[in-house]
Design a protein around this ligand. Structure first.
Ligand SMILES: [Zn+2]
Length: 270
């Protein structure tokens, strides 16, 4: 990945100090800007007033603690920071803010960016290539996002569209166990065996559908590996919960317990 970001050692120490001093602080969010973002984000549709107030508090904390940088001369505005923070914090509404701790830095590109990729072929020869990305969660590092894809967007009718912010921050939650493998640190009382069984069965089912060139119930990118399956499932859980519950009910049940939310049944009062 290439970026125009530069930082000296002294600046790094200053930032760490500022983060330490700022721990627990909230960045004030201007009321009109907050109202605009809440209205624009489909992710905030249907939430109660209490939930939105809680998310505003989490978002203020996120903005006070995380650093944003623009790449390719992108000037990062307060609106852009707020849009990203409000979406990332949606994951933490009941899960808890601490689950966002693996990300301290967000890098915004104006649009899709190119990342270098290395792969070994069958003969053990290393190949270097390039891939255009909308987002990337760098292991142990920053979340990188294309602003063009991270900005609020509403599709036609209720058609499911992905959400790159949820996707990449789901990877950072997954990372808290030390690896991107689709198994985040589960909440107290949750069963790793139940989780692994639900996700591996659904993953195998999706891969079989892809191999058979059948239509897949969720984005077929989830078949790339178990970590991608987890991140795509999280996107689907928040934006098309009934679809996920219909396609993979055991996965839906695990995510409902993990996030302590039941978005497929909100309107039914369940
Ligand atoms: Zn991914």
């Amino acid at each position: 990945m290439r970026s125009s970001m530069r930082s000296s050692g002294r600046a790094t120490i200053r930032r760490r100090l500022a983060r330490w001093i700022g721990a627990g602080r909230r960045e004030p969010i201007a009321e009109p800007l907050w109202r605009r973002v809440v209205t624009e984000l489909p992710l905030y549709d249907g939430l109660t007033g209490d939930d939105v107030a809680r998310l505003r508090d989490l978002t203020g904390r996120f903005l006070a603690e995380k650093r944003f940088f623009g790449a390719h001369d992108l000037e990062v505005t307060d609106y852009m920071r707020l849009v990203v923070a409000a979406q990332a914090c949606r994951l933490a509404l009941r899960l808890g803010y601490e689950y966002l701790r693996a990300c301290r830095t967000i890098i915004l590109y104006p649009e899709g960016f190119v990342a270098e990729r290395e792969s070994l072929d069958e003969d053990g020869i290393l190949h270097t290539g390039y891939e255009e990305l909308d987002g990337e969660a760098m292991y142990g590092g920053a979340v990188v996002l294309a602003w063009e894809e991270a900005r609020p967007w509403r599709g036609d009718d209720d058609a499911f569209v992905g959400n790159v912010v949820l996707h990449e921050f789901a990877h950072k939650i997954d990372e808290l166990t030390g690896d991107h493998n689709g198994l985040p640190p589960l909440r107290r009382g949750m069963s790793v065996r139940t989780w692994s069984s639900a996700f591996s069965t659904a993953y195998d089912d999706l891969c079989a559908a892809v191999d058979a060139e059948e239509e897949t119930p969720i984005d077929e990118y989830a078949a790339a590996d178990p970590a991608e399956f987890f991140s795509v499932s999280v996107e689907t859980f928040f934006l098309a919960p009934r679809l996920l519950e219909w396609a993979y009910p055991e996965v839906y049940a695990c995510l409902a317990e993990f996030f302590d939310e039941d978005p497929a049944h909100i309107e039914e009062g369940a």
